[in-house]
Design a protein around this ligand. Structure first.
Ligand code: IPD
Ligand code: CA
Ligand code: CA
Length: 262
């Protein structure tokens, strides 16, 4: 497991350095994906290419799921889950909260995760059963925070119908919590939770490449991660907070029927 983490961290750092070095000349080249505001830059693609290349040189035969390149079928028990840039809109606008996210899954369980935030010089890591870390610092999420005092991170998808529902839901959450944050990167939101910078996170519509690495960072910091009504975390719904706050926020959200798109 430590070998997986070391390799994932080396690769995430290399991709981050490449993006920072090439960014001044390449970030203007963008295409749109699922909607006019869902963008991919040349550097998202270059980052994923570098990451795939490094994984396969070190571990030929492993499977890789990447946001930009999808997943090729394979036999290996080991699957790497990659978001080459999480927070592409922040990246495009010159905001610092974008990350390279790499998780390693063995037989369907995430065992190692790295979230590199190059513009902040921060690297979050976690290994299953071995804790979550920001550089050398062991992370513990905030505990004992009641919902009314909670600082809650969330995000919005790229489709206008879904966004309209998400706006309605967050409108019901705002008066019941300390405040809301919309950072622009699911992976960083969950790592921020692990570091005690927010108390909770929820979002509909995030994918495995968004939450796999950061999900391990969060759970290894003591947080609970799941979906609604006892289901596991999935693109349907992601909810993360320390036990206690998780249940309180769950009950508020479940009552708002947030798994709809219009
Ligand atoms: C997005 C970010 C954002 C979240 C969106 C994601 P991308 O990923 O994580 O915070 O709200 O749902 O799609 O497109 O920047 O990789
Ligand atoms: Ca993403
Ligand atoms: Ca991305």
């Amino acid at each position: 497991m430590t070998d997986f983490l070391r390799l994932a961290e080396d690769i995430a750092r290399e991709a981050g350095e490449m993006i920072l070095a090439k960014r001044p000349t390449m970030s203007a080249e963008i295409e749109t994906k699922s909607s006019p505001t869902d963008v991919v830059t040349t550097l998202d693609k270059a980052s994923e290419e570098l990451i795939r290349d490094r994984i396969l040189s070190a571990r030929p035969g492993d499977r890789i799921l990447g946001e930009e390149g999808g997943e090729a079928p394979g036999e290996s028990d080991v699957r790497w889950i990659v978001d080459p840039i999480d927070g592409t809109v922040n990246f495009l606008y010159g905001l610092p909260d974008w990350a390279v996210s790499i998780a390693v899954e063995v037989e369907g369980q995430v065992v190692a995760g790295v979230v590199n935030v190059p513009a902040r010089g921060e690297v979050f890591t976690a290994a299953l059963g071995e804790g979550a870390w920001l550089g050398p610092e062991r992370l513990r999420c905030n505990t004992g925070v009641p919902l009314s005092q909670a600082l809650v991170a969330t995000g919005f998808g790229y489709f206008k119908e879904r966004r309209a529902v998400q706006g309605e839901v967050v409108g019901q959450v705002v008066p019941r919590v300390r405040d809301i944050r919309r950072g622009g990167s699911c992976a960083i939101d969950m790592c921020s939770l692990a570091a005690g910078r927010v108390d909770a996170y929820y979002e509909r519509g995030v994918n495995q490449w968004d939450f796999s690495a950061a999900g391990l960072v969060a759970t290894e910091s003591g947080a609970r991660l799941g979906g609604l009504h006892g289901r596991p975390v999935s693109p349907d719904f992601a909810l993360c907070a320390a036990p206690g706050l998780f249940e309180e926020l769950h009950d508020l959200l479940a009552g708002l029927n947030p798994e709809r798109d219009g």
